[in-house]
Design a protein around this ligand. Structure first.
Ligand code: ZN
Length: 377
């Protein structure tokens, strides 16, 4: 009898932790910062690069903007939203200096395979890995868009114009606005204004992130999607051009945009306290001073990435200090799980990353769940 009661208590505890675990997230925004390294996320401006005249036009000015005596102060200067808000209210995975690791699992460590891994959970071989070729896999956004609950409530805004292929827009039917694609909405004047600015730009593969952000924000304001993917791209562009100064400036701008979006979400009754942000990157970059501009199979460090989560079900712990390992290919299943795993055809493979439940209000406290690392696979 005693054994039975203990098992029953354990079972009840399990279900209450599960139930409270992902009960409040109704909306999920996935945000990616292309090729942004964990080194800058966790230690701010890199001492070997910020004063390097090969990569920075005005080293004195860069130092006055982003340099400080400790990594803790530098990262705050570079990414005030990450270290002022996410570090207090959310969780940051991937500080390898503490043995906390996030890695990509695909061989290539470039963009298409990285986004494929994030959104489909697959790490397969590609013959032409970065070209605009339709993806054969069902992605998690498409999966959610096929579910009762999220049908017609999913939207995608990206700077890089290959996403319509990565997410197979023509098959999936997801609304994907990429590159210098107009919003084409005449119902509200702001969209027309942004479109008219886009028309003046010289078309390229990657739209200015600010325009991607403003386009998405107007859409969010007007349509209130429940699942949003916002893909930023200029950090990778600046890094490939060897401009560490512009890479830092762009990262700092993106931190500000994400902060603006979080503020918007938390002051809109539709989204407030029911929206989770999951922020990550498609790949890392070389860790050596002469290799940071590039990434791929041959550039050591390109598979090392990071992830941040913030939302009503996420127990705040800031920077995770425990040793652990999660993989990019777990993110697709994690996205579905955070939204309560609504049933639909084509569930993404991979084991979702488990987040420890947020404690209940005083008086109802439960034993803390184990830390959020799932077994590596
Ligand atoms: Zn790149």
């Amino acid at each position: 009898m005693k054994h039975f009661l203990t098992s029953l208590a354990a079972l009840l505890l399990f279900y209450s932790v599960e139930a409270q675990g992902h009960a409040r997230t109704k909306h999920l925004f996935v945000i990616t910062i292309d090729g942004f390294r964990w080194q800058e996320v966790f230690t701010g401006a890199d001492p070997s690069l910020v004063a390097n005249e090969e990569y920075v036009r005005d080293t004195a000015l860069m130092r006055s903007l982003y340099w400080d005596s400790t990594a803790g102060l530098r990262r705050k200067k570079l990414l005030p939203f990450f270290w002022g808000t996410i570090a207090v209210q959310g969780r940051l995975y991937g500080n390898r200096l503490l043995g906390n690791k996030v890695n990509v699992r695909n061989w290539y460590k470039i963009s298409y395979p990285g986004y494929n891994e994030i959104f489909t959970g697959h790490t397969d071989a590609f013959s032409s890995p970065n070209l605009p070729v339709n993806n054969k896999h069902v992605n998690v956004l498409e999966y959610l868009n096929r579910s009762e609950e999220y049908k017609g409530k999913v939207a995608v805004f990206t700077s890089w114009n290959v996403f319509p292929y990565i997410l197979n827009e023509s098959r999936s039917g997801l609304p994907v606005n990429s590159g210098y694609e107009r919003l084409n909405e005449d119902q509200y004047p702001e969209a027309g204004l942004i479109d008219s600015v886009q028309n003046t730009m010289r078309p390229g593969k990657t739209r200015h992130d600010m325009l991607t952000y403003l386009t998405a924000r107007e859409y969010i304001r007007e349509h209130h999607p429940s699942v949003l993917f916002l893909g930023f791209g200029e950090t990778d562009e600046c890094a490939h051009s060897g401009r560490y100064d512009l890479y830092l400036q762009q990262a700092s701008d993106l931190d500000r945009m994400i902060s603006d979006l979080w503020y918007y979400v938390q002051t809109d009754p539709y989204y407030k306290d029911s929206t989770t942000f999951l922020i990550t990157t498609d790949h890392g970059r070389g860790w050596k001073t002469n290799k940071w501009t590039t990434h791929g199979f041959w550039a050591e460090g390109s598979g090392d990435i990071w992830m941040a989560v913030l939302g009503p079900d996420i127990r705040p712990e800031g920077e995770l200090r425990a040793k652990g390992q999660v993989y990019q290919k777990q993110i697709a299943a994690t996205i579905a799980t955070l939204l309560g795993d609504p049933p639909a055809p084509g569930h993404p493979p991979g084991k979702a990353i488990g987040f420890p439940a947020r404690p209940r209000p005083a008086g109802l406290a439960l034993t803390p769940a184990p830390d959020g690392f799932s077994a590596a696979r």
